[in-house]
Design a protein around this ligand. Structure first.
Ligand SMILES: Nc1ncnc2c1ncn2[C@@H]1O[C@H](COP(=O)(O)OP(=O)(O)OP(=O)(O)O)[C@@H](O)[C@H]1O
Length: 230
């Protein structure tokens, strides 16, 4: 269980409150107006922000003393965090060892991850020589190799067209199945929430609500969410 208890986290003049629980293996969308605190919520769980009050724990372990690298978490942002000077295979290999001193077994794991995301022959290329969708696949291959229990995504596919985006969401679902990850994904698109997430957290005016079943929430949205969805 991922537990956020009595959280108050400030960022300049802004503050976010949260008190919620997420079951292991859940797929959760995070939606709400711009500036409401969605990225702040991910940064808190990832360890990039420290709350002024409250507890963050995973399976009973307090995460607050742990640095981002020590947490059971991987992150995927919109820009996919690819390093332009490294090859595709090296970018994926970073998921195993940040110093890239990979043994033969680990290199085979990289190749296997590339194959699983449909990029079997792309390992030697540089990211700039890939399409946007292929770059997303590289980032997902790295997530697959990191295999951390919690996966945080901040509008990961918002630059992609609709067909490609649904393909990436399906691939993400397969990777989450394989790694048994608990996934939290910020999105501005309620269609993403419906397609991917059985539960949705609404963030509005500095408060993250407890997760609710996505379909029921979007079929009958509360007033604040209705105003945002338009
Ligand atoms: N580094 C910072 N210092 C001070 N305030 C910040 C900082 N980063 C964000 N904020 C403020 O915190 C609030 C919440 O920002 P956050 O990025 O969490 O919102 P969001 O819901 O993810 O927005 P968006 O959908 O536009 O990405 C905003 O009002 C923003 O101006």
């Amino acid at each position: 269980m991922l537990e956020l208890s009595d959280i108050h986290v400030a960022r300049g003049d802004f503050a976010l409150a949260a008190d919620l629980r997420i079951a292991p293996g859940a797929r959760v969308a995070i939606i709400g107006p711009s500036g409401s605190g969605k990225s702040t919520l991910l940064s808190l769980i990832g360890g990039f922000l420290t709350p002024q009050r409250g507890q963050v724990s995973w399976q009973g372990t307090d995460l607050l003393p742990l640095s981002p690298g020590q947490r059971p978490v991987s992150f995927l942002f919109q820009d996919q965090n690819l390093f332009p000077h490294l090859s595709v295979a090296q970018n994926v290999g970073l998921g195993l060892r940040p110093d890239l001193r990979l043994g033969p077994d680990q290199q085979a794991q990289v190749q296997d991850a590339l194959t699983q995301v449909g990029l079997r022959d792309m390992g030697p290329r540089k990211p700039e020589n890939l399409s946007g969708g292929q770059q997303s696949r590289v980032a997902l291959a790295r997530v697959l190799l990191r295999a951390r229990p919690i996966l945080l995504l901040d509008e990961p596919f918002s630059a992609l067209g609709p067909a490609l985006k649904s393909e990436m969401l399906a691939l993400l679902g397969r990777i989450a199945d394989r790694t048994r990850a608990t996934v939290l994904m910020v999105t501005h698109d309620p269609g993403d929430a419906r397609a991917f997430a059985d539960q949705t957290i609404v963030v509005d005016q500095g408060r993250a609500e407890a997760p609710q079943p996505t379909q029921a929430l979007l079929d009958n949205p509360p007033a604040a969410l209705r105003a945002y969805l338009g």
